[in-house]
Design a protein around this ligand. Structure first.
Ligand code: DGY
Length: 419
């Protein structure tokens, strides 16, 4: 109750480095893209001005081609690897990483605007609107190389679900014979058993070097990356974000932009359909280099309602998966199917629960009238935080907290949704 609320406020305020918030000190000491957006929703519960500021500082990292990078390196922190000297991008006035992260920003802008659509909020939303357009246009222009409408990522880090078992097959095709020597820092901050393996990190570095080798040119990055995989989570999040952007265009009077956004929505609806995996009976990843689909059900499969998908051919199997998995774990929603052999309840994105993913899943379920399943997800999230505090992620089996502690987005979505 009150003491958790105070603790959540303290985490956001403590991780605020002056207009932007780090996910957690030590492990992630910079501004991260989708973390910042969820943080804004947390700030919006007690300081709406500060919430807008978080999104405005995030968009200070936007590239001229529209891309919003996954990390903004405002001041160097030697405690993090790979830092700006490894990425070697050329954004001014501060360096950034070279690829993006799930585009949740428009969703938050609409939420914050709807909270109080008065002058001040309308002005802030209007200021961000053209930047959101440029960001969404970047995805539509550069990240649909298959032409099927699904969104391709060039690096597991771009998905935000870095260590998903579905990346194993595409990563296995990545050549690591020419990577530079490097030294990880993540495992000096948290237990190595909760983090990706060295074999994965080697591949992360090989992909990073492939982007650096072409100077992060948005076309060449896609051509040159040894990893190009369509991601159902990003595809569905962008679909949702475009629906919110369209609503914003209507409310804020951006008439000319509407047709373009409607085109993106139609394209993404086709793209989602191309990720339906008949064998698994769920939306999964698809390796665009080999054509191979992901092996199992990840938490992304439950984002379909959030994306506004209402087809019973999709939702009936989704509910069956939900109920089967809910019978296996104590805390929903595990990032990967516990019936899959590669499931690990404590290792990064191979099983653990994330509060931010739960928030999006539950919100979609609730919007579709499935209050029972939505409430199970919310209650489980409340129980996890009550048991283990504001950890980065949690075991779905026993609720143990994992990864970084005093974690901004866990505190933020707890404020915005759970409490
Ligand atoms: C990492 O784990 O450092 C990745 O950059 C996360 O985004």
């Amino acid at each position: 109750g009150a003491s958790l609320k105070r603790a959540a406020h303290d985490i956001l305020i403590g991780n605020d480095l002056g207009g932007y918030t780090v996910p957690t000190k030590g492990l992630y000491p910079y501004q991260w893209n989708w973390d910042s957006v969820f943080v804004a929703l947390g700030f919006a519960t007690f300081d709406l001005d500060r919430a807008w500021r978080e999104l405005e500082t995030l968009f200070e990292g936007q590239w001229t081609d529209g891309m919003v990078p996954h990390i903004l390196f405002r001041k160097n922190d030697p405690g993090y690897f790979p830092g700006p000297s490894v990425w070697q991008t050329s954004h001014e006035p501060f360096p950034t990483s070279g690829h993006s992260q799930p585009p949740v920003a428009a969703i938050a802008v609409r939420d914050m605007f709807e909270k109080a659509p008065a002058d001040e909020n309308a002005e802030r939303a209007k200021g961000l609107f053209p930047k959101l357009m440029a960001f969404h246009r970047w995805w539509a222009t550069y990240r649909d190389p298959s032409g099927e409408g699904s969104v391709a990522i060039i690096h597991p880090w771009e998905s935000g679900r870095d260590n998903l078992p579905d990346w194993d097959e595409p990563l296995s095709l990545v050549d690591v014979s020419r990577i530079d020597a490097y030294e990880r820092k993540d495992t000096t901050h948290v237990d190595a058993s909760m983090r990706p393996l060295k074999q994965d990190y080697d591949r992360y570095m090989a992909i990073l070097q492939s982007g650096r080798a072409v100077g992060w040119d948005p076309h060449k990055v896609v051509e040159n990356s040894p990893f190009l995989v369509a991601d159902p989570a990003i595809t569905m999040i962008l679909l949702r974000a475009n629906r919110d952007l369209l609503a914003l265009a209507e409310r804020l009077g951006f008439q000319r932009e509407r047709v373009e956004i409607q085109g993106w929505i139609a394209q993404l609806e086709r793209g989602v359909a191309s990720l339906w995996n008949e064998t698994v009976q769920a939306y999964t990843t698809k390796n665009l280099r080999s054509g191979v689909f992901g092996a199992g059900v990840s938490s992304a499969a439950f984002l379909a309602p959030f994306a506004g998908i209402s087809d019973p051919k999709v939702l009936d199997p989704m509910r069956n998966h939900f109920d089967r998995i809910a019978g296996k774990v104590t805390y929903m929603v595990p990032s990967y199917d516990p019936d899959y052999e590669g499931f690990e309840h404590m290792r990064y994105w191979r099983g653990p629960v994330w509060a931010v993913v739960n928030y999006m899943i539950a919100r979609g379920l609730r919007e579709q009238g499935d209050t029972l399943r939505a409430e199970r997800v919310r209650q489980d999230t409340a129980n996890l935080v009550a048991k283990s505090g504001f950890a980065e992620y949690f075991s779905p089996i026993d609720g143990t907290g994992a990864g970084g502690r005093s974690f901004s987005w866990t505190a933020a979505v707890w404020l915005a949704w759970v409490s």
